[in-house]
Design a protein around this ligand. Structure first.
Ligand SMILES: [Zn+2]
Length: 674
């Protein structure tokens, strides 16, 4: 924070520096050298680093009146890091751990989260090498955190505060049981346990937020819960910005960040994407990611409107590993060159996914319906946002309701108003039906007759729906709703199997073949005006099976509803695009990215694991990529952001058309508007 009391600028090239250092390690910080520290960051093209005040082992790294410093630390490490950064114009937010503090858990075992029964990863296991979580119902611990926070602000005047580990636990410690009983909740119910803990987390946001505001009203604050929950806008009141923890090789995978980012964008808050320098995830000493992977990850972040943060962990001796910053340098050089073209840019999206996670608040943080729909749109290079029910639907030409969004009350009214205003709707499975699933809550002329008895069944698409569909029935493993068009147009039919596979009758290695005649009881895909409905939960099915034909069905439907897309780029399915606009500069920006993550390594790491490891080891350039971007008027100029070189372009039929000679990881084209 500077003396004028202005909020610090949220920078584009950040490091999140972990330093969870056991008391069994000596000479902590002994080799720290302020100049080496700053020079190494500079060589990595870093301009902001989040340094630690207190770590998960519970130790402070400065002489504190409130917390115990690390027993083998003989200097003011936090203070020296802050001073080194100040001298070299590197922003320096400070990290404070919240629910993981091993020293406190050891000295105050009654403050620990307690589970009703044994469960994997339970913090009850005393003799396990793992963090023992503290419950936020213990006010003395909260007071301790507040005192340290005030001290950190007073001593270091940091550029922001990063509070870590505010997760949902099913705690039934005596405090939590009393809280639940007082609130009329059932301590034996998982739902009530989670609701109680969520309340404690939100109460902490508020209490700490007010505490910080009382001494530093402009201080940046972020509370890390490992996920940006969709449809919980009340959470962000005390946040100055969001940080999207999403380490592609750390259990999140490469498709988590884009989904999270396309939601964060709709909230209108500045946000940071967070990856890691590790081969796997946090705490991996001696783990290195390939520089090209970091280049791709950071380019994707800025393409979607995020700032970048790369996680690192400093060696206990206090020296930054030069090799790490050599792997980071190319990524951050690329970001530095892009900064003028990404600042203030907003997405130009015409399709929205109404998030299942947002509609079913509190059910889960990783909804397969949302991921399946997003994956399809990413792979077909359609610009989209992920939205919650509070978002204005009228901004979008098409809204997708994936698989399990039944409609009633205010949401039903909102969806119907959108449709009657000319909005197009794509629904699947139970989506669009009333909660009793006896009929639709939107004007779709079709009859609903419960769930299909067949699993799997087969889909026969209308000829010409999409050029890549096969002209034969293809298998669909997920059970359909029996929905029959009664006036609506049929775009795909169902073929029942001879029988479901059972001990009584089976055929060949998997399921029974399809009957030659179309099933008369229900259809697979119907359209009534601007509403399209899939009887199968097609997005979940795609997430589960990855069958490209499912995606081609959806693509065929999108082409019918929206014959002209606002951007058309001819890319392989692992290519990614982002269409952004800088309103102040009157610039439209087309980001094209290409890398091919591969599954290698059987077991990943992380609390979202077990997921297999997705790796980018090397990248192959693409040549001659045709692009077309819809523009109201003929633009003034079209050029490559990196080189400033003019692209050859034409303006026909409302599109500016050009070809990218070469795409190596990422290529940004700047279109200067008339
Ligand atoms: Zn508790």
């Amino acid at each position: 924070m500077d003396s004028a009391g202005m909020q610090s600028e949220l920078r584009y090239r950040q490091i999140h520096l972990d330093f969870h250092t056991s008391e069994h390690i000596t000479d902590v910080g002994a080799r720290f050298d302020a100049e080496q520290f700053a020079a190494t960051l500079k060589r990595g093209n870093v301009n902001s680093v989040t340094v630690f005040a207190r770590c998960h082992h519970g130790w402070a790294y400065y002489p504190s009146r409130v917390c115990k410093p690390h027993p083998h630390l003989k200097r003011n490490l936090t203070g020296e890091m802050v001073a080194a950064c100040r001298k070299h114009d590197i922003n320096v937010p400070v990290y404070i751990t919240v629910q993981w503090d091993e020293r406190m858990a050891r000295e105050n075992p009654g403050w620990r989260v307690m589970h009703a029964e044994q469960e994997a990863g339970s913090s009850l296991y005393q003799l396990k090498a793992q963090w023992h979580t503290l419950c936020l119902s213990n006010q003395p611990y909260i007071e301790y955190l507040k005192a340290q926070t005030k001290e950190v602000i007073e001593l270091f005047a940091p550029d922001g505060l990063f509070f870590d580990i505010l997760l949902l636990w099913r705690c039934v410690c005596p405090n939590c049981v009393a809280r639940m009983q007082a609130a009329g909740r059932n301590p034996d119910s998982e739902k009530d346990q989670l609701a109680n803990h969520r309340e404690l987390v939100l109460k902490f946001y508020e209490e700490m937020g007010e505490c910080v505001k009382s001494v530093a009203p402009e201080m940046r604050i972020f509370f890390n819960s490992g996920h940006v929950y969709k449809g919980e806008r009340e959470r962000w009141k005390y946040f100055s910005h969001l940080e999207l923890e999403s380490l592609p090789t750390g259990g999140w995978g490469y498709d988590h960040f884009p989904v999270s980012a396309r939601y964060a964008n709709t909230l209108g808050m500045e946000y940071v994407g967070m990856t890691g320098k590790f081969h796997t995830s946090w705490g991996e000493f001696g783990g290195y990611k390939r520089p090209v992977a970091l280049e791709y990850e950071c380019a994707l972040m800025v393409a979607l409107g995020a700032r970048c943060s790369i996680g690192d962990q400093m060696h206990p001796c206090g020296e930054l590993e030069e090799a790490t910053y050599e792997t980071i340098a190319p990524a951050y050089a690329r970001v530095a060159a892009l900064e003028p073209y990404v600042k203030g840019a907003r997405p130009v999206s015409e399709v929205a996914i109404l998030s299942s996670e947002a509609v079913h608040r509190g059910r889960g943080a990783h909804e397969e319906q949302d991921c399946g729909a997003a994956r399809m749109l990413l792979e077909m290079q359609v610009m989209f946002d992920v939205i919650d029910a509070e978002e204005e639907f009228g901004k979008y030409k098409v809204v997708i309701l994936p698989d399990d969004i039944t409609l009633e009350g205010a949401l039903a009214e909102k969806v119907n108003a959108y449709v009657s205003g000319g909005g197009k709707l794509v629904m699947s499975g139970a989506s669009g039906m009333r909660p009793d699933m006896g009929g639709f809550a939107v004007p779709l002329r079709a009859e609903v007759k419960g769930m299909s008895e067949w699993q799997p069944d087969y889909v026969e698409a209308a000829v010409g729906l999409d050029e890549d569909l096969v002209e034969a029935p293809f298998v669909m493993n997920h059970r359909a709703h029996k929905v029959k068009a009664r006036g609506a147009e049929v775009l795909a039919w169902v073929h029942a199997p001879y029988f479901n596979r059972s001990w009584e009758h089976f055929c060949s290695h998997q399921h029974a073949p399809y009957r030659r005649e179309r099933c008369s009881e229900y259809d697979a895909l119907i359209q009534d005006g601007g509403i399209v409905y899939f009887s199968h939960p097609i997005f979940m099915a795609y997430y589960d099976k990855g069958q490209p034909l499912y995606k081609y069905l959806v693509r065929g439907v999108l082409r019918r509803l929206l014959p002209q897309w606002n951007v058309e780029v001819n890319l392989p399915s692992s290519g990614r695009i982002s269409l952004m606009r800088q309103a102040a500069e009157r610039r439209t920006l087309l980001h094209v990215l290409y890398a091919q993550p591969q599954l290698r390594g059987e077991r990943g790491f992380g609390w979202m694991a077990p997921q297999k490891m997705e790796i980018i080891e090397d990248t192959v350039p693409l040549y001659g990529v045709p692009c077309a971007v819809k523009m109201e008027e003929k633009p003034k100029r079209v050029y490559a952001a990196a080189s400033g070189k003019e692209r050859a372009w034409v303006y026909t039929d409302g599109y500016v058309r050009f070809e990218l000679e070469r795409v190596k990881i990422h290529e940004l084209t700047v279109i200067e508007e008339a």
